[in-house]
Design a protein around this ligand. Structure first.
Ligand SMILES: [Zn+2]
Length: 387
């Protein structure tokens, strides 16, 4: 994991690199910030630099660099919280995936089944006290095997609870020379103050959409046009962008958006088809409906841009540019601000648990009016919160 592969986070990365250059490496670090923004990626680049035996570390070619990249260096230990009955080879497989893609979502916490995004489990996921006392204490008590440092990286360190946190605290309090702990967390407020006070803190921020988009294209994952759309939806998390890029749902959802807007424009002649579509979307669950409405907002913004700027517009859904232009040309009397406002209201209603089918039905009617430049529909009135 070279520093160049870490997306953004210049401030944190340069602090780490300068600590190595000045030989002022701390005994323990706390990398805190939102999920998926590169805390673990930076930790791996840091570890590689510490363990590299070549010149101009990390050289990327020495034996140590190669082993670190494959996550098989005997002086680097990557730990994730896990359920009590986790199988050792499955834990290993999850960590191994990080070697291929350090931004990958491999944690039990976010993915109960490794190959099923969004899968969850009711099992308690944490660091057990046994694991800290036996596994971690043992590996950290040996001298470095090959390198100058012994490094342990613990993801989601806020899941060090009670006895496990106290056991870990003891490890922190008896520093053996040349050991480095890297703790990552999105929830430092849930950690023991006594652990927090013994770590050097580095903040990691949400990534700008442009960096996410460039990284997606750089990894050859999606075409540039789709990358921009995904980047905007990823909310600053490259891990989320990776999940979105891999999801067929995204492409399906974008199709729904276009059909919904077209159908709403026609409405009365296409009422049956519209009802069918609303039924189909509603069945996908509240989160997916919200997701589709968020995509719709992006589409409406693009419509506005095309109308105002013509062919020179910098739209997000660039791979659908032709569709958007055609649609914009037919909507001469539409009020895009009102359209966006209507969609935003519906997102708000869904968040307050309104019935998805009802929300979409009302939205379709009121979008119809907004697209045809008619006054706002009275149909929105009965849709008070909680209906
Ligand atoms: Zn090296």
């Amino acid at each position: 994991m070279k520093w160049e592969s870490v997306i953004g986070q210049e401030r944190a990365c340069s602090a780490l690199r300068s600590a190595i250059a000045r030989d002022r490496v701390a005994h323990a670090y706390l990398f805190h910030g939102p999920d998926g923004v590169g805390k673990r990626a930076a930790g791996l680049a840091f570890a590689q630099t510490l363990l590299c035996t070549g010149e101009d570390a990390p050289c990327g070619t020495c034996n140590a660099c190669t082993k670190t990249e494959r996550l098989i260096h005997p002086d680097l230990h990557v730990l994730i919280p896990q359920p009590n009955d986790a199988k050792a080879d499955e834990v290993q497989e999850r960590v191994r995936r990080l070697a291929e893609e350090p931004y990958a979502t491999i944690d039990y916490l976010r993915r109960a089944k490794l190959d099923e995004p969004g899968s969850s489990s009711s099992k308690q996921i944490q660091y057990s006290v046994g694991r800290i006392n036996d596994e971690l204490r043992r590996i950290m008590s040996f001298r470095p095997v090959e390198g100058r440092f012994k490094i342990a990286m613990l993801s989601d360190a806020d899941l060090l609870r009670k006895e496990a946190a106290n056991a870990f605290l003891k490890l922190l309090e008896e520093p053996s020379a040349r050991t480095v702990f890297i703790l990552t967390t999105a929830r430092p407020d849930r950690m023991l103050p006594t652990i927090l006070s013994r770590c050097q803190h580095l903040r990691f921020d949400r990534l700008p959409a442009e960096l996410i988009s460039n990284a997606l294209v750089g990894r050859d994952l999606v075409a540039e046009a789709a990358a921009e759309t995904i980047a905007r939806m990823a909310d600053g998390s490259f891990a989320r962008a990776l999940d979105l890029a891999a999801s067929e749902e995204l492409m399906a959802a974008r199709g729904e958006v276009l059909r919904f807007l077209r159908g709403s424009y026609q409405t009365w002649s296409a009422a049956d088809r519209m009802a069918e579509q609303i039924e189909r979307i509603s069945r996908q669950g509240r989160e997916q409906v919200k997701f589709i409405l968020e995509l719709m907002l992006g589409w409406i913004r693009d419509l506005t841009l095309v109308r105002v700027m013509g062919d020179g517009a910098q739209i997000v859904n660039t791979d659908q540019a032709e569709e958007i232009r055609k649609f914009a040309a037919s909507l001469t009397r539409a009020d895009p601000d009102l359209m966006a406002q209507l969609v935003e209201e519906c997102i708000g209603r869904l968040e307050r648990n309104a019935n998805a089918r009802l929300v979409l039905t009302v939205l379709s009617h009121s979008l119809h009016d907004a697209m045809r430049g008619l006054p706002a529909s009275h149909l929105t009135e009965p849709l008070t919160d909680g209906v």
